[in-house]
Design a protein around this ligand. Structure first.
Ligand code: PMP
Length: 429
């Protein structure tokens, strides 16, 4: 099956030690020992272009982040029940990137915990439990959040208080305004909840709809759905775990593109460039009841090392102009895919914002038939060319493209050349 002997032994060892729930990427899994910028290296010194990893967002092992981490680790690391400036300096800095209404921040270690906390705060503020998410949403691993993460598959039973709505898919909208359609679905979900005696708590969405298949346009389409949930007394929680920290190239957050101020925002992945720091930002009135009735303590969340790392990540984003780079290199990359679409009819749609790009592959452009098998072949073929991406969407036919934000035009060219070569080989083969 093309997997080398050494890696076969590692796969067997993983199965023996880690059990059956873990999944590896690619038919021929990649063995990595080192990372630097947009590059990942295997033990033989081969380098792989990382076009997928939105965690190491300012580049793998960025020296400024590594230095901040080691400096603070050598001085003090403890929890949030002592006074220490690191968390305050970081909180102050982080909040400057949000609209003034969002003036409290709470720290966790994972995006799942951040969403779990937002869910609890939404329930305590609204007195409801009803949650609306998109049909193929992923929000995390806790019991509460996995019950609102339908993309986990058939093994998950959605909560009785959870309703799903179709993702705002412009490519398949058939001409209907996606914002109006989404609001209509949200209203129907609210009515159904109410018919079952469930009070709405919140609409929770990933503002770039990554696992649903990457839906970005037209910017602003979320506003009518948010108005609908608010009319029913519910809140809007923006899950920025994937689009946050500059990836969309239009400010720091995906929700900015929709002209909205969320009631709460959750963050994770790129926040620590690989170090486990995550968090939740909220309007203070929403935390008032929650915070007065319960205490919050997260042993590792908000520790000085994590906060020093978070601060360093923000500094790199600013110093290296990474939001502008996401916008410019992202536009260049999408234009490159538009050009490939002229040559390869399998490319049905190119979408995205900044360095969050979705490319939908179809076997028939008119009927938009998902090219599921071909997408898997392309993703695996690119892996053999040492270019790493993945696929998303209900039919796994949308290339999910999210390189580190330090990705430059020269990297985009390497990537586009590899895609063209692989599509060419697939057409001939
Ligand atoms: N929300 C979204 C949109 C995510 O993509 C993820 C992780 N894939 C999470 C939440 C959960 O984050 P974590 O894995 O850090 O718990």
């Amino acid at each position: 099956n093309g997997v080398a002997l050494r890696e076969q032994a590692m796969i067997a060892r993983r199965q023996k030690l880690l059990g059956p729930a873990y999944r590896l990427f690619y038919g021929n899994p990649v063995h990595l020992v080192r990372g630097e910028g947009v590059w990942l290296y295997d033990p033989d010194g081969n380098r792989y272009l990382d076009v997928y990893n939105n965690v190491a967002s300012v580049g793998h092992c960025h020296p400024h982040v590594v230095a901040a981490l080691s400096r603070q680790a050598a001085v003090l690391n403890t929890h949030t029940r002592y006074l220490n400036d690191t968390i305050l300096d970081y909180a102050e800095k982080l909040l400057t990137y949000f609209p003034p209404e969002l003036s409290h921040v709470m720290f966790t270690c994972t995006g799942s915990e951040a969403n779990d906390l937002a869910f609890r705060a939404a329930c305590s503020f609204t007195g409801g439990t009803g949650m609306i998410v998109t049909r193929l949403a992923y929000h995390g691993v806790t019991v509460a959040i996995s019950e609102m993460s339908p993309s986990l598959g058939d093994g998950i039973t959605l909560g009785k208080h959870v309703r799903t709505v179709p993702a705002p898919d412009l490519y398949r909208s058939g001409g209907e305004d996606v914002g109006t359609a989404m609001a209509r679905h949200v209203r129907a979900a609210i009515e159904d909840m109410q018919a079952h005696g469930i009070r709405p708590a919140a609409l929770l969405v990933d503002t770039i709809f990554s696992s649903d298949g990457v839906f970005s346009d037209p910017a602003g389409f979320l506003a009518p759905a948010v108005a609908a949930i608010r009319e029913a007394g519910g809140l809007f929680i923006a899950d920025e775990v994937q689009p946050g920290f500059g990836r969309t190239g239009e400010g720091m957050w995906g929700f900015t593109r929709h002209g909205l101020v969320p009631d709460m925002v959750t963050m994770g992945k790129p926040m620590g460039n690989g170090h486990p720091i995550a968090g939740m930002v909220a309007k203070p009135e929403i935390l008032e009841r929650f915070g007065s009735r319960t205490r919050y303590f997260n042993t590792f969340g908000g520790n000085p090392v994590s906060c020093a790392v978070g601060q360093a990540v923000l500094e790199v984003i600013e110093q290296e102009g990474l939001v502008a780079n996401a916008r410019e290199t992202g536009a260049y990359l999408r234009a490159g895919f538009e050009a490939l679409a002229q040559r390869f009819p399998i490319i049905g749609d190119v979408r995205g914002a900044g360095l969050f790009v979705g490319v939908e592959l179809v076997t028939d452009r008119d009927r938009k038939i998902p090219a599921t098998a071909e997408t898997a072949r392309l993703v695996n073929g690119l892996r053999e060319r040492r270019v790493l991406i993945s696929a998303a969407g209900p039919h796994a036919n949308v290339l999910k493209i999210r390189p580190p934000l330090v990705f430059q035009q020269e990297h985009a060219d390497l990537f586009l050349d590899a895609v063209a070569a692989e599509l060419e080989a697939m057409t001939i083969g």
